[in-house]
Design a protein around this ligand. Structure first.
Ligand SMILES: Cc1cc2nc3c(=O)[nH]c(=O)nc-3n(C[C@H](O)[C@H](O)[C@H](O)COP(=O)(O)O)c2cc1C
Length: 366
């Protein structure tokens, strides 16, 4: 079995190790344009030794943002600032990945750090919009009320994902992930808790999964054959009557048949007021179930913080890749520190500029 610091090759791309920076919204964009913050934030984590550095949920349409400060890839003008980020990440030896997303009924909400002092829903006068969803029900009473997507609206969204995938390739990204989890648009269609449609995009499993399957098909067609495509899939709603891990296994099989290369296994956040069984590595069993059940490569995410824990997840064949989110915020150099802890000096790829701090022979130089 491979270990944490063994490379992972998917299609024509090789990650230098099995450690990825999980997508994390930064709420630091203007009209979808990534800023210097993204260059420094994502660039630091590439310099920190991760194999894969993913962008945050990057909106395929303006109304697919979560907040007005979200990053986007809905316009050609977004390509140049993203290209700067992708180029720097590559120069530091990491693979730049982009997560494509549409927030659905969770759109037009406030940045998290403003939510305690201002209403959650952002009104149009403050840059908000009317979000869309599978139906007209809001996420919760504080969220904006969505409009149910029409067949034409669905066609537009498929086209937006397709065009966004083309722009991601144009910007130099080498890994793409479709966000179908965390209660955003695609998950809203997947879950029986939120999809009450009576047309071909609702009802049973085939109808509820149709939008996600069609998005992946459209993205795969626009994304170069030599580049990997992942899908972040919900593996549990943690609510009776909701989407569950067997659904995720069957969806993973269908997405693999559409050309998805890896399933990133997450869960939850499609309905409010749910208690999650959070503990170290709490979602790893879901990733393992999808890997075994569907026979596809998977990423595991959720409370992975310790190098030995991460090494065991990969070494025991529970996941092919581990993604770290909050731990990477605390320590951008986590992969380099993990290499030290696990006794892999060959993987301690500190930037030459930092050699004085980490290589004994340099320490006494002035
Ligand atoms: C600040 C922050 C922003 C996040 N934004 C995204 C996002 O844009 N897309 C996504 O799929 N998950 C997002 N997540 C979820 C993480 O990618 C990850 O799945 C989750 O935090 C669990 O991993 P952790 O326990 O290592 O933090 C975000 C998490 C945090 C903490």
């Amino acid at each position: 079995m491979a270990g944490l610091f063994d490379p992972l090759t998917v299609r024509g791309v090789t990650l230098r190790n099995r450690i990825g920076v999980s997508p994390m919204c930064q709420y630091s964009s203007t009209d979808g344009h990534p800023s210097d913050w993204h260059l420094v934030h994502l660039g630091s984590r590439a310099a920190g030794g991760a194999g894969l550095v993913m962008t945050e949920a990057t909106a395929v349409t303006p109304d697919g943002r979560i907040s007005p400060a979200d990053a986007g890839i809905w316009a050609d003008a977004h390509v140049a600032p993203w290209a700067r980020v992708a180029e720097f990440v590559k120069a530091r030896g990491a693979v730049p990945g982009m997560q494509l997303a549409h927030s659905g009924r969770k759109g037009s909400t406030r940045e998290p750090w403003l939510r305690s002092s201002r209403p959650l829903a952002v009104p149009p006068a403050e840059g908000g919009w009317s979000p869309v969803g599978p139906g007209p029900e809001p996420f919760d009473p504080a969220s904006p009320t969505p409009e149910a997507l029409t067949p034409d609206g669905i066609t537009d969204i498929l086209e937006a994902f397709r065009r966004a995938a083309g722009r991601a390739a144009w910007a130099g990204f080498e890994w793409l992930e479709v966000h179908a989890a965390h209660g955003y648009l695609l998950h809203q269609f997947l879950s029986p808790l939120t999809n009450r449609r009576h047309d071909g995009y609702g009802g049973g499993f085939d109808g509820r999964t149709r939008l996600t399957v069609e998005v992946v098909r459209a993205v795969r067609a626009a994304w170069p054959d030599r580049l990997p495509l992942a899908v972040r899939v919900p593996c549990e709603d943690w609510t009776p009557g909701g989407w569950a891990v067997d659904d995720a296994v069957e969806l993973a099989r269908r997405l693999a048949a559409e050309g998805a290369d890896l399933i990133d296994c997450s869960s939850g956040h499609v309905v409010p007021n749910v208690t999650y069984p959070v503990a170290p590595g709490w979602q790893v069993p879901l990733a393992e179930a999808v890997r075994r059940g569907a026979g596809v490569p998977v990423a595991a995410v959720g409370a992975i913080t310790d190098p030995h824990q991460a090494e065991a997840i990969v070494r025991d064949g529970r996941a092919d890749l581990v993604l770290l989110a909050r731990e990477m915020l605390r320590d951008p150099y986590w992969p380099l520190h993990a290499a030290r802890v696990l006794g892999r000096p060959d993987a301690e790829s500190w930037p030459d500029q930092y050699g004085y701090a980490v290589r004994p022979a340099h320490r006494e130089k002035s």
